[in-house]
Design a protein around this ligand. Structure first.
Ligand SMILES: N[C@@H](CCC(=O)N[C@@H](CS)C(=O)NCC(=O)O)C(=O)O
Length: 215
């Protein structure tokens, strides 16, 4: 098997890449990384000195591919399947990438900020940063609420890269700054994502680790 994914089932950006792999039943070897384990962390750093995952290793093409969006673009190009993650049409392609950036930068990142704050020692808490993150999430939820009033998936009728980005960001964002109850279109979209077999599988595999999520 040519592809190996370095990941952890609980890690949100890893879930994004896993969703794409499961979407097309792309064969790969899962290489779980415990960042608390020195040897496993060192192996990841050797591949990608930034030390963040997911990282995809393609032995057949001798390529190391970090960054969830880039991994999904790479899979789309070299290991295509029934779901095309970035449309061939140039206009639809940039709009898809824009929504991918939107979910990563304006939902995923503020969500990570809130989670990160929970993991910090109390004396290092960042109330100002926390308020900023919540305000950003509020704006993003309002934007998604409007857009998803008329769409099934982030780009309309087809599941794309943007939906892979939406899955884990909305899952964890709803835990730290709930949208259910205030944003019905966001909630309905998220329910569709959870029902998608690829992401349902990702969530089922994360389930045993969810107790580690800081409340
Ligand atoms: N921009 C990166 C972000 C990856 C990322 O933040 N990964 C987290 C897990 S969800 C991570 O590696 N955290 C460990 C660390 O920062 O040390 C991507 O899209 O893959």
């Amino acid at each position: 098997m040519s592809l190996t994914l370095y990941f952890h089932p609980l890690a949100s950006f890893c879930q994004k890449a896993l969703t794409a792999l499961y979407e097309n039943d792309t064969p790969f070897s899962p290489q779980m990384v415990d960042l608390g384990n020195e040897a496993e962390r060192a192996a990841l750093l050797k591949l990608w000195p930034i030390g963040k995952f997911p990282v995809l290793r393609d032995a057949a093409r001798d390529r190391t591919v970090p960054e969830s969006s880039i991994i999904i673009e790479y899979l789309d190009r070299y290991y295509p399947g029934r779901t095309h993650f970035v449309p061939a049409d140039a206009d639809l392609a940039w709009q898809t990438r824009l929504r991918d950036r939107f979910y990563d930068l304006y939902v995923h990142e503020p969500m990570q900020k809130i989670v990160g704050d929970r993991l910090r020692p109390r004396e290092k808490a960042d109330p100002f940063g926390l308020e900023e993150a919540k305000a950003r999430l509020q704006t993003s939820y309002d934007m998604i609420e409007q857009e998803m009033a008329t769409r099934t998936w982030a780009m309309g009728d087809h599941f794309t890269l943007a939906d892979c980005a939406a899955c884990p960001s909305l899952f964890y964002a709803n835990k730290v700054f709930p949208f259910r109850g205030t944003h019905k279109n966001v909630a309905a979209y998220f329910d569709r994502l959870k029902a998608r077999p690829s992401y349902a599988r990702v969530l089922a595999e994360a389930e045993p680790y969810l107790k580690l999520f800081p409340t």
